[in-house]
Structures are given as structure tokens and as C-alpha cells.
Design a protein around this ligand. Structure first.
Ligand SMILES: Nc1ncnc2c1ncn2[C@@H]1O[C@H](COP(=O)(O)OP(=O)(O)OP(=O)(O)O)[C@@H](O)[C@H]1O
Ligand SMILES: [Mg+2]
Length: 448
């Protein structure tokens, strides 16, 4: 008879403790420990049961497995070229962002059976969404269920190529005494599904809820277990959504997928630059267009800065979609190298459209937009600026300059400011290329 006792588990990172602690020693989050029932004395008898023969790596035959194409190009690209059979994907995102919609659309075009397990919605509610998304596939099976054993039975019955679990917080193993959504349930259910998936070569998309603080329960510890973690992001007041891979055992994590939420579901945005530049106000100071590489694609976007005098002791610095610490560094570079005083001004920076950019190639655009707002001088709306800014005010080279130039040309821009180091290897193009050495020369070119 297995005994049970109580343990405390950090809902952020899964750290276990015998007593409750306020601050997790592992991930340093506060009030994250939750009480969980743990069975002791029940050893898993796995040793000696499934003995896999030892083999040399040269003797293993592994042909590149054919990936399953969902025919949603933006989704397939983020996954690294489609769904890898036998893999488990964790799809996380804020409540109501469109996770169920994306997962259902991913199932819609497959020619093989797919199983959509929902612990949150009834079959009728799923049908209503399917009608709205115009899903007509005959291979789409729906299972409103929360018990893992029943889910595994259905998997055995229809041998699906894709299983969606919506959401992992709602399903449970009846053998465990813990309630659904607890750390133990989430971890055990995922591990069991993962073992089945690897054995039977189907793919699993596990949906996990994420709150503004990070998560409700579980997703963080799942990140280590699953093969791929993708995050669905977006602002609720904007219709576009961005899909980003945070971890991918079978592909790059640089790619992003851009979608727009419509009444009849998510639509792919094939040309994100057009979308991000669509509401641009050309005749204002502080606005400038730049180019950021998101995976293999260049995306053009507008950087906006607003510099206002500060009436209080501490001027404000607010950055949306850009790293706050990087902004602080660039402000210091502008003050020291370009001689523009910003210490008595508030600086607000915004990546228009709500996109988040981490690439340093937009540094020069950030600096120029701040200078433009401070000096109240408009920058020509047909000019693009790219370059990383060093602490000495020098403009450093960026990667894949040809692709950025091509994209700028395609969208009808007339001039591009690029780092001088990138200029040497360039062929002639229709767009006017201005090589730039340092921040000062960029500011004087754009604002003189
Ligand atoms: N009739 C509709 N017209 C337009 N958009 C809609 C409509 N119904 C739903 N939506 C959009 O779909 C979103 C909900 O999508 P979905 O249910 O897939 O999100 P979710 O991430 O699964 O949510 P949850 O966290 O509740 O499971 C809504 O926030 C809304 O933007
Ligand atoms: Mg949902």
C-alpha cells in the first residue's frame, strides 16, 4: 500500500521542498509554492522491463522523417518545416489570444485522422468554432474529455497523426490523487503522452495557459520536457498575432509567424512589413523606418520616439517593444557622442504595431528617432535606417544586408542608410545606398 505525504512544489520551476517557503531558492519567485500530495513507497518498476539494446551510433539507421505539413505556412516555418512525427509541442499564450483557434486550424487541412481533446469546451462549442473557421474535414475527431486513460484509448482507436490537448491544465491521470492543473498531474500527463507519441509516431500539441505574470501552473516545468515550445503573442487591442519558437529541438528558434485575427479565424500575413507600416504618419518628428531580421525574413517597421521636457526630478524612460536597458545605453551614447542633452527629458520609445524587437540592427534607427524628436526635425519618410550602434558612437555592421535592401526596394523606399562595413560587398541596386560610419554622420545626413 503506497503511503502519501505532502510536498511543496514551486509552480514556476518545479523545485521541491518538504516545507512551505516564501521565496523559491531556485528561480527566486515569491509565493509560488503549492501543496501537493506525493505517493511514496510505490516504485516504478521499469528497470529490466524495457531493455533497449545498446548500439553504436554508426549502426543506427535514421532516415530524415517526413514532416507533416499543416499547410499553414507561417506555422510550419516556425516549427522548422512542419510537424515532426513523434514530437510534443507546447503552445503557450495569454488567455483568449487564439491558441484553440490556431490549433484547430492546424488540424483542419490534414488528410490523416486528428484528435482534438478539449477539457474546456463541449463538443457543441467546438463545433460552433469549427463552423466559424469553416472546418469541414472528415478526419477531424473531437473528444471532450479530461481523463488521460480515456484519451489514450481514443488514440489507440483512431491512430491519429496529430493530437491536440486543450489544455494541459484540465487533464488528469485518475491514478494520481492530485487534482487537475497541479504540478504532478501536468508533468505526469505530459510525460505519458510524450512516451506514447514517441512509440506510435504521432505528434502532440499541448496547449498551456500563460498569464501576464508568466503562467498559472506548469508550463515552465514543461519547457524542459517537450521538444518544442511556441508562444503565441499579441496585444488584445491589435488584431495581429505573432508566433515565436522559444525552444525547438527540430529547427531554428529565430523564425516568427505573423497572423491576423478575423471573424473566420487566423489569417496568415505573408508580408508583415506592409502591415507594420500601414498606419504610418509620415509628417511627424521622431518617426523612422528600420529593418529587423526575424529568422530568414526582413521585417520593416516604424520606430517612434517622443522626447518631452521633464518637470520632475527623475525623467521618465519608457520603452514598448524594445529592451529598456538597451535604451538606457543608447541614450548615454547619444548624450556623450552626439552631444544631445537628454538628462532633463522624458523619452518614450515605441515599436509601432506592438511588435517586440531584440535585434541590435535597429539601434541606429532608435538613436535617430530620439534625436529627431528632441530636435523636432522630421525624417524623410522614404528613407530606411539600419545599423548597430557601439558605445563609441560608431555604426557597426549588420547581418544579411542584401535581404534588407531588397525588402526596402520592394516596398518602394528610395534611400537606405547602412553601416559602411556592409557597403563593400554590395552590388548595384535601384535604391540609393548611403554608407554611414558613426551616429553623428547619420544624424546630420537625416536632419540637416
Ligand atoms: N466571432 C468572432 N469574431 C471575431 N473574433 C472572434 C470571434 N470569436 C472569437 N474571436 C477571437 O478569438 C479569440 C479567442 O480565440 P481562442 O478561443 O482560440 O483563444 P484561446 O487562446 O484558446 O483562449 P482561452 O485561453 O480562453 O482558451 C478572441 O479573443 C477573439 O479575438
Ligand atoms: Mg482555448
Amino acid at each position: 500500500m503506497p503511503k502519501s505525504r505532502i510536498k511543496y512544489i514551486c509552480s514556476n520551476c518545479g523545485y521541491e521542498s518538504l516545507r512551505w517557503i516564501g521565496k523559491c531558492p531556485e528561480c527566486e519567485s515569491w509565493n509560488a509554492f503549492v501543496e501537493e500530495l506525493v505517493e511514496t513507497g510505490k516504485k516504478k518498476q521499469t528497470a529490466g522491463k524495457n531493455i533497449v539494446p545498446l548500439s553504436r551510433i554508426n549502426e543506427i539507421f535514421a532516415a530524415e522523417e517526413e514532416r507533416i505539413q499543416t499547410q499553414i505556412e507561417e506555422f510550419d516555418r516556425v516549427l522548422g518545416g512542419g510537424l515532426m512525427p513523434g514530437s510534443v509541442i507546447l503552445l503557450g499564450g495569454d488567455p483568449g489570444i487564439g491558441k484553440s483557434t490556431l490549433a484547430m486550424q492546424a488540424c483542419a487541412n490534414l488528410k490523416t485522422p486528428v484528435l482534438y481533446v478539449s477539457g474546456e469546451e463541449s463538443a457543441k462549442q467546438i463545433k460552433l468554432r469549427a463552423e466559424r473557421l469553416r472546418i469541414t474535414s472528415d478526419e477531424f475527431f473531437v473528444l471532450p474529455e479530461t481523463d488521460l486513460t480515456a484519451i489514450l484509448d481514443s488514440i489507440n482507436k483512431i491512430s491519429p497523426s496529430l493530437v491536440v490537448i486543450d489544455s494541459i491544465q484540465t487533464i488528469a491521470m485518475s491514478e494520481l490523487d492530485n487534482s487537475p492543473g497541479t504540478m504532478t498531474q501536468i508533468r505526469e500527463c505530459t510525460v505519458t503522452l510524450m512516451e506514447e507519441a514517441k512509440k506510435k509516431h504521432f505528434c502532440v500539441i499541448v496547449i498551456g495557459h500563460v498569464t501576464k505574470e508568466g503562467f498559472i501552473a506548469g508550463p515552465k516545468i514543461l519547457e524542459h520536457i517537450v521538444d518544442t515550445v511556441i508562444q503565441f503573442e499579441g496585444e488584445h487591442h491589435h488584431s495581429f498575432r505573432i508566433l515565436r519558437a522559444q525552444k525547438n529541438r527540430f529547427g531554428s528558434t529565430n523564425e516568427i509567424g505573423v497572423f491576423e485575427m478575423h471573424e473566420n479565424g487566423l489569417q496568415e500575413v505573408r508580408n508583415p512589413s506592409k502591415l507594420f507600416l500601414s498606419e504610418r504618419e509620415r509628417k511627424t518628428s521622431g518617426s523612422i523606418v528600420t529593418s529587423s531580421m526575424e529568422g530568414t525574413r526582413p521585417i520593416l517597421l516604424e520606430v517612434q520616439a517622443l522626447v518631452t521636457p521633464s518637470n520632475f526630478g527623475n525623467p521618465q524612460r519608457v520603452a514598448t517593444g524594445f529592451d529598456y536597458r538597451r535604451l538606457a545605453i543608447l541614450l548615454a551614447v547619444i548624450e556623450k557622442r552626439a552631444g544631445l542633452r537628454l538628462s532633463a527629458n522624458n523619452v518614450f520609445l515605441n515599436m509601432a504595431g506592438g511588435i517586440k524587437i531584440t535585434e541590435p540592427a535597429i539601434d541606429l534607427a532608435v538613436c535617430c528617432s530620439i534625436a529627431s524628436s528632441l530636435l523636432d526635425k522630421e525624417i524623410d519618410g522614404d528613407t530606411i535606417v539600419v545599423g548597430e550602434v557601439g558605445l563609441g558612437g560608431e555604426v557597426r555592421s549588420v547581418s544579411q544586408i542584401e535581404k534588407r535592401i531588397q525588402e526596402a526596394e520592394k516596398l518602394g523606399f528610395s534611400t537606405i542608410l547602412i553601416p559602411s562595413y556592409n557597403n563593400a560587398s554590395l552590388k548595384d541596386s535601384a535604391i540609393k545606398i548611403i554608407p554611414i560610419d558613426n551616429l553623428n554622420s547619420a544624424i546630420s545626413y537625416l536632419m540637416s
